[in-house]
Design a protein around this ligand. Structure first.
Ligand code: ADP
Ligand code: MN
Length: 516
């Protein structure tokens, strides 16, 4: 494990925390967490399968990787790298399967069909290409960095003497890399400006590379064996590498497992490390939100970001990969605004490309329950309601934000209060659909608390006015919505005529403060 250098905690380092005694990939809670990856958590099975297949097919290719990762018959649960990679293997297969489903759905019976081939993890004609890993090797010359020439064929190796990490044919490799670099182009601008001092040794990189190699080939084989392709992929190799780097740099101690897989993101739990290079204090427990780099979701959601003037200039120039990254960036900025306003929400730790690390809401790997899953006393229910009312007002006035996906699914109950999460889609109120989003949020909140027996709960129209300070008088939903849209249109006209947005929707004074 040492030679891998990823898992920071030695298994026998004294009286370890509780997580060491159980499987770190295990579901953190048996009750409220719905993680469709339960099967993936059968690491034993995954490992056996992997060993079996790799040994049978590629004994030599795997040899180098096996040393650090696998210790005889022990199931080495202390190696997060190993576990992460096993998880990845499942994900890879699932990903391709999902792509195929999406492809099929989109194409339907159409005579003209589009192909997602380029987004596939494993290319049928390219699956044996180990050169694919070359881009990963050199941490000092980060291939993602903007100043890296994108068209110059790179060397097919790195390092000196015995530290050379690969020895592929230079010409072929260079050519392949050049082609690959084009795929990578969107990755070149990191954009988050948070540099990590990476100290992955060549040995580590060799191990990673080797493993990726064998994994890719295994994945390719499974790909051919159609029976194996059943589920969805969540993290691609580049994401995985990002995660390794976070652990390797000491920022995170361990990535213990997945706490949620959604359509747009996968959330992992991690124990924070004590990295000397970061000036920030890392929370003892972190949540890592990995935004999925598939295309479909962004298509569904682009209206949030496309019209967000903060991102508008950039949007048009961006390709899907960059837009995915922008989601993460948006979530970071929005969380920071909320943090500054004192709204209970995860605290941002670091943003790296499409991976956002934040503080974990919950304890001992168990995430705080969503409001929809928790049974509150009527007193707590009322308390929660007033707190949310306040938070919505703060969000609107102090953060200049509308959550835009507010519901009992994105509110956690922790420490006797409500925490807001999932703000990547949040927009400013003057967003062309900002007020509609707010109205939808209000409807969700009102309905939840009215059903939950909070007699004081305002109806959605009252709540909307209370939050926005607007005085829309319509007494039915249809008219109310029409007025909202009229306001939005007015703002858009203002943009047309004056080239800028109204800084805020005019209202007569501040919205009323509701408190218990
Ligand atoms: P999605 O877009 O997939 O809904 P969310 O940000 O809502 O993404 O995260 C999905 C789930 O992961 C949440 O419902 C919650 O259970 C868990 N989660 C996300 N962030 C955190 C966090 N900071 N602390 C604890 N759990 C979290
Ligand atoms: Mn959510």
């Amino acid at each position: 494990m040492d030679s891998v250098g990823v898992a920071a905690a030695a298994p026998d380092a004294g009286p370890g925390p509780a997580w060491q005694s159980k499987c770190p990939w295990g579901a953190p809670s048996t009750t409220s967490i719905s993680c469709s990856l339960a099967d993936v958590m059968s690491e034993q099975l995954a490992k056996e399968l992997q060993l079996e297949e790799e040994n049978a097919a590629f004994p030599e290719a795997v040899a180098a990787a096996e040393g650090p990762f696998i210790t005889g018959e022990n199931i080495d649960t202390s190696s997060d790298l190993m576990l992460a990679q096993m998880l990845q293997m499942e994900f890879d297969r699932e990903y391709d399967a999902q792509l195929r489903r999406e492809e099929k759905k989109i194409n339907g019976d159409s005579k003209v069909s589009i192909s997602f081939e380029n987004y596939r993890k494993v290319h049928p004609y390219d699956s044996d290409s180990s050169e694919d890993e070359v881009d990963w090797q050199d941490t000092r010359h980060d291939p993602y960095r903007a100043d890296k020439p994108t068209t110059t064929p790179r060397r097919g190796f790195i390092g000196k003497g015995k530290d050379i990490t690969t020895k592929h044919d230079e010409v072929v490799c260079g050519r392949k890399n050049t082609a690959r670099m084009e795929n990578f182009a969107p990755e070149f601008q990191v954009g988050d400006g948070i540099g990590m001092d990476l100290k992955l040794s060549n040995q580590v990189f060799n191990a990673l590379k080797q493993h990726a190699y064998s994994e890719e080939r295994r994945s390719a084989r499974l790909h051919e064996k159609k029976e194996h392709s059943t589920a969805e992929k969540a993290v691609d190799p580049k994401t995985r590498l990002l995660l390794y780097k976070m652990v390797n740099s000491g920022m995170l101690e361990t990535i213990t497992g997945c706490i949620s897989t959604g359509k747009e993101s996968v959330v992992f739990h991690a124990y924070g490390g004590n990295s000397a290079t970061e000036d920030k204090v890392i929370p003892p427990e972190c949540a890592i939100k990995v935004f999925k780099t598939t295309l479909n979701e962004f298509k569904n959601r682009d209206k949030y970001i496309k019209d967000d003037y903060r991102f508008k200039d950039r949007f048009s120039k961006l390709n899907p990969r960059k837009i995915i990254r922008m989601w993460a960036e948006k979530e970071m900025h929005n969380l920071t605004r909320m943090q500054n306003a004192g709204i209970p929400c995860p605290q941002v730790v670091i943003l790296k490309k499409h991976v956002l690390v934040m503080s974990f809401i919950g304890q001992d790997q168990v995430p705080a329950p969503k409001l929809k899953d928790v049974t509150l006393s009527s007193e707590d229910m009322k308390k929660a309601y007033y707190q949310i009312l306040n938070m919505m007002q703060q969000l609107y006035r102090e953060c200049n934000l509308v959550h835009a996906d507010l519901s009992e699914y994105n509110m956690l109950w922790h420490d006797g209060k409500v925490w807001l999460i999932d703000v990547s889609q949040s927009v400013e109120p003057t967003h062309p659909h900002g007020l509609e989003f707010l109205f939808r949020d209000c409807r969700n909140v009102s309905q939840f608390f009215q059903k939950g027996g909070v007699a004081e709960a305002l109806n959605e129209r009252e709540l909307f006015n209370a939050v926005s300070g607007l005085k829309i008088t319509a007494d039915n939903e249809v008219d109310f919505q029409a007025e909202i849209e009229a306001l939005e249109k007015m703002n858009e006209d203002h943009v047309q005529n004056h080239g800028k947005k109204l800084s805020t929707f005019s209202s007569d004074g501040d919205p009323p403060i509701y408190d218990e």
